[in-house]
Ligand binder design. Structure first.
Ligand SMILES: [Zn+2]
Length: 286
């Protein structure tokens, strides 16, 4: 996706308090997003992605915001660690692909870090409090960026407002879903023949059973339900414990049964399900 294309939307639950074993190495300029001048603090010394680096050079979690609280960045790193804890193979995959996680103050800081025009970034990220970068798309790094403050459209550029801890955590998982989608097999699972076969089964099931389908599909949840990559990433967040962070999540779980089962299979077993419980799921029939 483009630099601003892989926008997130994901949430979760914190599985750990911050272990005292974390080493804090002070703020450094160890950032390679194409711009300059952003100081970030690596967090290393944990046992699982993204805090399983041993020094600033191989760190995968960076806090770039303004908080001085001891648990700064914890909304994001606890959410990411929750993925590794629930499914170590996914944490290993993220480690092997060197997927870095940055907690940034706001889109304005990301603009500085990436060398992009701040107003362009601010405009692009209204309603999108996180994004992903992919080296496969020409980006400098595989990275997840989550904001502590997001664009405030009511107040206008360059104003920002607090991003909730729930959405920081949710977006982290959603963005990890975009990386899993690409990195698990090297070709996007959301673009696989099976997922493409299951998707219309779910849309038809929702149309037949969901009294709010038309409005949700065409308007409210269009961002997720009419874009397979976004649906996959949201289903990944749901599968990894972010079950109701956004209004789209419960109806997705209720009606997008086949594609969610596919994501569960890959996410938790690293393979497509051997069977689908619902008879309307026809993975092998276009
Ligand atoms: Zn997304």
């Amino acid at each position: 996706m483009s630099m601003l294309g892989a926008l997130a939307v994901a949430a979760g639950f914190s599985m750990f308090a911050a272990p005292s074993a974390y080493a804090v190495e002070g703020y450094i300029t160890a950032i390679n997003l194409g711009g300059t001048g952003v100081m970030c603090e690596p967090r290393v010394g944990g046992s699982i992605w993204p805090v399983n680096g041993t020094n600033a050079g191989n760190a995968r979690f960076f806090y770039c915001g303004t908080s001085t609280a001891a648990n700064r960045g914890s909304n994001v790193y606890n959410s990411a660690k929750g993925i590794s804890s629930l499914e170590s193979a996914v944490g290993t995959l993220m480690t092997n692909k060197n997927v870095k996680v940055y907690v940034m103050d706001s889109p304005l800081q990301y603009a500085t870090a990436s060398g992009n025009n701040p107003q362009t970034v601010w405009n692009a990220q209204v309603n999108n409090p996180a994004l992903s970068l992919f080296t496969a798309d020409g980006d400098p790094e595989n990275a997840i960026i989550v904001y502590e403050n997001v664009a405030n459209p009511a107040a206008g550029y360059p104003n920002v407002m607090t991003n909730s801890s729930t959405l920081q955590a949710h977006d982290t998982k959603h963005e990890a879903g975009h990386h899993f989608d690409l990195h698990m097999t090297g070709t996007r699972l959301s673009n696989s023949t099976t997922y493409k076969n299951l998707y219309p089964d779910d849309v038809a099931y929702s149309a037949a059973n969901n009294p709010n389908h038309a409005t949700q599909y065409n308007t409210t949840f269009k961002y997720w339900w009419q874009n397979r990559a976004e649906l996959f990433a949201e289903e990944f967040a749901i599968v990894f414990g972010s079950a109701s962070a956004r209004p789209v999540d419960v109806p997705t779980s209720t009606y997008f049964i086949c594609t969610k089962a596919f994501v569960f299979g890959w996410g938790r077993n690293q393979a497509a399900p051997s069977s689908y419980a619902e008879p309307h799921c026809t993975p092998n029939t276009p």
